[in-house]
Design a protein around this ligand. Structure first.
Ligand code: ADP
Ligand code: MG
Length: 799
């Protein structure tokens, strides 16, 4: 026994110490399955511990190795998080079971499973439980889990697909023969058929159906068995019951040589249900693809540059082995492996798959690049800043998964209903069986089968997850990233769209148009002081001033930044202020005399003044172009009868100039961040549901106050913005597309649920009353699920 390890299993009322968790698991499941006599009767101990541990458990152990975990586990101390693929999930109830099972494990903080791609996210305390134990406990309830690895995922899907096709093929080809025999027998009933012929037809059908039952219908039976073992009823229970009853009754009638046989229904039902699931699997794969595509962007191997005797040597290393600070070479055509900074080279970078921005951006020394983007022109040398789960790509992916995993309220309700639905169906079917057995013993089998089959609640449990996955995939393609599950619902109901000006409606690519000195100040000197003040600011104006100054000559101390107003600091032992006129005039003792704005024809521009406590020294006038997409966006939203409001910290003339160009009538100017929030609150008081779009840096309070906040984010600021949605593409026209996706998603969810409920409301009574033949029930059930999935796929067409 290893030291410090205290794990025991109670075997025949005695606590036995175990050498490892693997042995504990094996021993415990032997005991749990009532087979602990094994310990009484065994005559000798196995030689080595490894022999008793199945190879599988040994493999699981490997996942506890820290270097192996590096590839797929993110950790903060002992708190770890992993993405797992689950095999064997067939319906919403499986998800429920696994989630509950995982959440009940000691040491597991949270476990959520995404139905559309069978991925589980599990957070646990490594002190209390290890990854291998988590994996092992999943396999104990009959599912198989392994850490997510794109290649393996691909192989698995392929394997599953091929097997599925073989099953469908067999059910189709052999089922055809059974159908022909069945048709012959039906027409024989009409036209008269020799009983001996009929009997041999029955036997033929029986023999042909057996392989279908064993090979093609097998997945239904294994899933149903697993359900029953875990004391719950999933979708496969009524399915298996239907097939089982139909087959048994037919065999009995064949042996007796009289009565109906339902071999054709068994084949048809298997064929249709398998086909429906196959289509559904493909559709689900398609909707999950756009999110999946994100993960495949990051290369596995990078070219690391190592200084050897003054010369750079290239080493090919796995990306997982890079550390912060490493220099990597990215050749043209390669994807960038890490978030980093360019230290050598200039090239076009295509970030389209991450941000939705379709044109390559030219980046050069000191520019930031993000993992997953493509280097399109010339070689670059990059210094590694962030890796693995810390990269923008990984956080985008996490946000997307979270948004998909958290279901809207309407979906949660449907899930609850679906889980009870199966139990209700079984009850109804029992009632139907008893009733018809008494009234019409000829019919009871056929009617019971039809009742069990017709309702298979696939449509109900598929109605919302498929729509939500399709929607968030589509939004991701547009570069609009929802960060929570409510975002879609609220966006669909929005009445008012509020926009910030700078950087949201305008390009934020501010240009200094005029630099006016009021006294005998030197222009260069004033701009140098301004640049010193701005040196720590992220405001677009700051960037422009620093660029105009060329370099930062002085240093600023005691910097006070007032968002929406300006900056004050001490430069060269003098107190300086830089900001809009309201701000400056509230501080500076001497007001601006005989306004130089009109004289210089700059009153419509953004004006920033530089002043000491005594007087104003300089005025800077800035211009900023409208974004090309601003006009189409405003027009499109107006067409939808949305109210559009511009809120800006800039002065009124500049705000009006922009608003007039775009045709926006509600304009609020000269607002500080808190004022913007107050305005939004006022609108909400009047019943508005407000979508606020801002730059996420100095608009944080309004963003937090709005019903839906959308932050403009060029990738790198992603973490800073705490918004409901992030517009990675910076293309504001996509806000409108996002709105359309949101409204469409809600209506598709409603249609799907309505359809699923309506179908069941009609189909159950009809089947129970004996109006639906078993084969018709099979078609109805498959068609209803298919319809729901196809309906959700319509979302992927919105541009
Ligand atoms: P907007 O609402 O257009 O995004 P802000 O709220 O960011 O504008 O700022 C409002 C005004 O305050 C700007 O037009 C500018 O005149 C002034 N201002 C804010 N921050 C700064 C800064 N760092 N440097 C200079 N001026 C600033
Ligand atoms: Mg702003």
């Amino acid at each position: 026994m290893p030291e410090g390890l205290d794990i025991q299993v109670q075997i025949q009322n005695k606590n036995e110490a175990m050498c490892c968790y693997g042995c504990q698991a094996v021993a415990q499941s032997i005991v749990n399955s009532g087979m602990d006599d094994f310990y009484k009767f065994r005559t000798r101990n196995p030689g080595k511990a490894e022999e008793i541990i199945p190879e599988f458990l040994q493999q699981l152990k490997a996942y506890d190795n820290p270097t192996v975990q590096k590839h797929f586990v993110s950790e903060e101390g002992d708190i770890r998080e992993v993405s797992l693929i689950l095999e064997g999930i067939v319906c919403a109830a499986c998800i429920w079971l696994n989630e509950n099972h995982l959440n009940a494990l000691p040491g597991v903080f949270s476990a959520t499973i995404n139905y559309s791609n069978n991925r589980a996210r599990v957070r646990w305390d490594n002190h209390q439980i290890s990854l291998s134990e988590i994996l092992e406990s999943i396999s104990r309830i009959g599912y198989l889990a392994h850490p997510y690895d794109p290649d393996q995922q691909q192989k698995l899907i392929e394997k599953e697909r091929k097997q599925q096709i073989r099953r469908i093929g067999l059910a189709g080809v052999l089922g055809m023969q059974v159908m022909i025999l069945a048709v012959a027998m039906y027409s024989g009933d009409w036209w008269g058929m020799d009983e001996s012929f009929k009997q041999s037809f029955r036997w033929f059908s029986l023999i042909i159906t057996i392989p279908i039952l064993i090979f093609s219908s097998r997945p239904f039976f294994t899933a149903a068995l697993r359900d029953l073992k875990n004391f719950r009823v999933g979708m496969d229970v009524p399915v298996s019951l239907g097939i089982g009853i139909a087959f048994t009754a037919s065999v009995v009638n064949t042996i007796n040589g009289s009565g109906e046989v339902y071999f054709d229904s068994v084949c048809m039902f298997t064929f249709f249900l398998l086909s429906a699931r196959y289509f559904e699997m493909n559709a689900r794969k398609r909707t999950a693809e756009s999110t999946e595509a994100l993960l495949n962007l990051q290369p596995a191997i990078a070219t690391k540059l190592v200084d050897e005797n003054g010369a750079d040597k290239q080493h090919n290393v796995p990306v997982a082995e890079l550390v912060v600070g490493d220099r990597v070479l990215v050749r043209p055509g390669e994807n960038i492996p890490v978030d980093g900074t360019i230290i050598e080279g200039t090239s076009g970078i295509n970030e389209s798959l991450i941000t939705g921005e379709s044109l390559p951006l030219t980046k050069t020394k000191n520019d930031a690049v993000i993992a997953g983007s493509t280097n399109t022109e010339s070689p670059l040398i990059i210094k590694t800043d962030k890796l693995g789960d810390d990269t923008v790509l990984a956080s985008i992916h996490r946000l997307l998964e979270d948004a998909q995993n958290n279901k809207p309220a309407i979906a949660k309700l449907a899930d609850q209903l679906a889980s009870r639905f199966v139990a209700i169906i079984l009850l109804i079917a029992t009632g139907v069986a008893i009733y018809w057995y008494q009234t019409d013993p000829q019919q009871w089998v056929a009617i019971t089968i039809a009742t069990l089959v017709v309702t298979c609640p696939c449509a109900l449990s598929l109605a919302t997850p498929t729509a939500i996955t399709a929607a968030s995939g589509q939004l991701a393609k547009l570069g609009l990233l929802p960060t929570n599950s409510l975002a879609l619902e609220t966006l669909a109901k929005a009445t008012d769209f509020v926009f910030d000006k700078t950087g949201t409606l305008t390009q934020g690519n501010i240009k200094l148009v005029k630099n006016i000195t009021l006294d005998k100040d030197n222009k260069e000197q004033t701009i140098a002081i301004a640049a010193a003040l701005e040196s720590g600011s992220e405001h677009p104006i700051a960037k422009c001033i620093i660029q105009a100054a060329g370099n930062i000559k002085y240093s600023a101390t005691n910097v006070i930044n007032t968002p929406g107003s300006g900056i004050s600091a001490i430069v060269n032992n003098t107190q300086w202020h830089l900001g809009n006129l309201n701000y400056i005039q509230s501080i500076c003792k001497t007001p601006l005399q005989d306004s130089p704005l009109g004289k210089n024809n700059i009153e419509n521009l953004t004006i920033v003044a530089l002043a000491t406590d005594e007087k104003i020294h300089a005025l800077f006038a800035f211009d900023d172009e409208l974004k090309d997409e601003a006009q189409p966006l405003v027009n499109a939203l107006k067409n939808e009868n949305k109210n559009i409001t511009l809120m800006t910290g800039d002065h009124r003339p500049a705000a009006l100039r922009i608003a007039k160009k775009l045709g926006i009538n509600n304009v609020f100017s000269g607002l500080k961040p808190a004022d913007k929030l107050r305005r939004v609150r006022d609108m909400q008081q009047n019943g508005a549901i407000v979508v606020m779009t801002g730059d996420g840096i100095n608009d944080a309070p309004v963003l937090a106050g709005a019903d839906i906040s959308i932050a403009m984010g060029s990738g790198t600021q992603l973490a800073a913005a705490n918004a409901d949605m992030i517009l990675l593409s910076n293309n504001i026209k996509h806000l409108y597309s996002g709105y359309r996706v949101a409204t469409k998603t809600l209506s598709i969810i409603r249609q799907n649920l309505g359809w699923a409920f309506g179908y069941n409301l009609l189909a159950v009574p009809a089947a129970a009353m004996g109006y639906v033949d078993p084969w018709l029930a099979a078609i109805g059930m498959s068609a209803s699920s298919l319809l729901v999935v196809l309906n959700a796929l319509r979302l992927t067409r919105i541009q």
